[in-house]
Design a protein around this ligand. Structure first.
Ligand code: ZN
Ligand code: ZN
Length: 481
């Protein structure tokens, strides 16, 4: 018997605890001209009377209409859609200038929402709405003081609408948000840009590719290298200084300006790179090493392609200039190493007679392109190779030609969540015919998670009640506690 009564209670409880709909919320303006709809008695009569007096004089002096609704529950409906629909249903604000504001408090979800009409969005910006909620309402709501919170918040709203100077005061507080934006910018840089820079520093350190590394690794282009200190200054200290300067400048758009400043700065570092490239080019040209020049330009091609994409001005045109220049040096007149006579480049057909079997195979499978130059005086020939880096043929470890390709790949042991796996690759050479077997490891599996969210709002149009027939574009703000 006790349990039957208990379950009856739980079955009936939701109906005792009213869930209001847009249609069922009492429109007090129609009933007794009140601005406040308080069907669950969340606010006291004294508060309601206070608010009515305040909002009546506001409407008399400015024609702005503010509807206040305080309910226990809207039954899990999204507060934005509920506000939008109720706003439209009642038509809060004057129809001519849409100067309405709906203030909705939902007790069970602990949420307050300001929903503004089009005409009020300029004065009551979303940021100001949020500010008023956070400053005047939420702290009191947290203590259960709905009367105090509503009065304080609505008084602030009335002040903003009546007094532009007060709005400016709030504005001054809004610029404090810029400090938050700035912190966001710094956090973004620390989490995304800084790791990339640090990783490239470590890679250079490990590869010993700074000009002052101990036992520096071999390079054909030592001019490209900088000292450790110069690198740190150029890629870490200078960007940090730029971000710090933007911070102290007190701009109200620190994030955008920091991004722009760094973009321009990194663009300038590319000019430094070009200056270093120029020194390499000058040395190679001076030595008459045009093959070396082409090799150097080829090794930089992918880099400048991406820089052309990231910094289209000026580096996209530069990328095309890069291609033209590469072709020019490849065909640049050269002199015979033996007799200093002039050489001419043989065409693709004529040069075959001077290439080895391996070189002919490489040309056929397009893994290496050869230019053959012949001396007009002594008939001596020189063959210059231009390896295709993106070819699927790799260098054969037996004959050395770029004629080795992947025949098969199979998994020997699959990777699991607890251990890495192993695979096997077999390479064959189209020149010497030898095969090579090698193993590779497969990374351990990682669990991934995904989440999705959705949001939406809709509005329908109908008017009614003795509100002025204003409409809302969905401006405003909500806060929870
Ligand atoms: Zn010669
Ligand atoms: Zn081979």
């Amino acid at each position: 018997m006790k349990y039957i009564l208990l379950s009856l209670f739980f079955l009936l409880a939701p109906t005792l605890y009213a869930q209001w709909t847009v249609e069922s919320v009492p429109n007090q303006k129609l009933v007794n001209g009140s601005y406040v709809s308080n069907p669950d008695g969340i606010l006291t009569e004294a508060t309601t009377a206070n608010l009515d007096a305040l909002l009546k004089s506001l409407e008399d002096s400015t024609t702005v209409q503010v509807a206040v609704v305080a309910v226990n529950s809207i039954g899990g409906v999204d507060i934005f859609s509920f506000s939008q629909d109720l706003f439209t249903h009642w038509g809060v604000g004057q129809k001519t200038n849409d100067n309405g504001l709906l203030i909705l408090l939902v007790e069970d979800t602990h949420t307050i929402r300001f929903h503004t009409g089009y005409g009020l969005e300029g004065v009551l910006t979303d940021a100001r709405c949020k500010r008023i909620q956070q400053e005047y309402m939420v702290p009191l709501f947290k203590e259960g003081d709905y009367n105090g919170g509503m009065l304080a918040g609505i008084e602030a709203v009335v002040k903003v609408i009546n007094d532009p100077a007060y709005a400016d005061e709030l504005e001054a507080e809004e610029t404090n948000n810029a400090v938050g934006d700035y912190a966001g910018a710094v956090a973004f840089l620390c989490f995304f840009v800084l790791p990339v820079l640090l990783v490239s520093f470590v890679i250079k350190l490990v590869n010993k590719s700074f000009s002052n590394s101990k036992n520096p690794s071999h390079t054909d282009y030592p001019e490209m290298r900088v000292t450790k200190l110069a690198w740190v200054a150029e890629f870490l200290l200078a960007p940090a200084l730029i971000v710090a300067l933007i911070g102290v400048s007190g701009t109200d758009q620190p994030f955008i300006i920091a991004m722009l400043g760094l973009y321009l700065y990194f663009l300038i570092t590319l000019l430094h790179r070009q200056w270093r490239m120029k020194r390499v080019m000058r040395r190679l040209v001076k030595d008459g090493d045009y093959h070396g020049v082409v090799g150097f330009l080829r090794s930089n091609q992918v880099y400048w392609f991406f820089m052309g994409l990231i910094f289209p001005l000026p580096f996209l045109p530069y990328f095309f200039y890069h291609l033209v220049r590469k072709r020019r040096y490849r065909n640049h007149p050269r002199t015979c190493a033996g007799c200093q006579g002039n050489m001419i480049k043989l065409d693709e057909k004529a040069d075959d007679a001077y290439l080895s079997k391996a070189q002919l195979i490489e040309e056929n499978i397009r893994s290496v392109d050869y230019d053959v130059w012949q001396c007009t005086a002594c008939q001596n020939t020189e063959a210059w190779n231009y390896p295709n880096r993106s070819s699927r043929y790799k260098n054969c470890s037996y004959c050395g030609s770029q004629t080795s390709y992947l025949i098969s790949r199979k998994t020997l042991r699959a990777a699991t969540y607890s251990s890495s796996g192993q695979g096997e690759e077999i390479y064959g050479c189209v020149h010497c015919g030898k095969r090579k077997r090698s193993t590779y490891s497969i990374a351990r599996l990682e669990r991934s998670s995904s989440s999705s969210s959705s949001s939406g709002g809709s509005s329908s149009s109908s008017s009614g009640g003795s509100w002025g027939g204003g409409s809302s574009g969905g401006g405003g703000a909500s806060s929870s506690w």
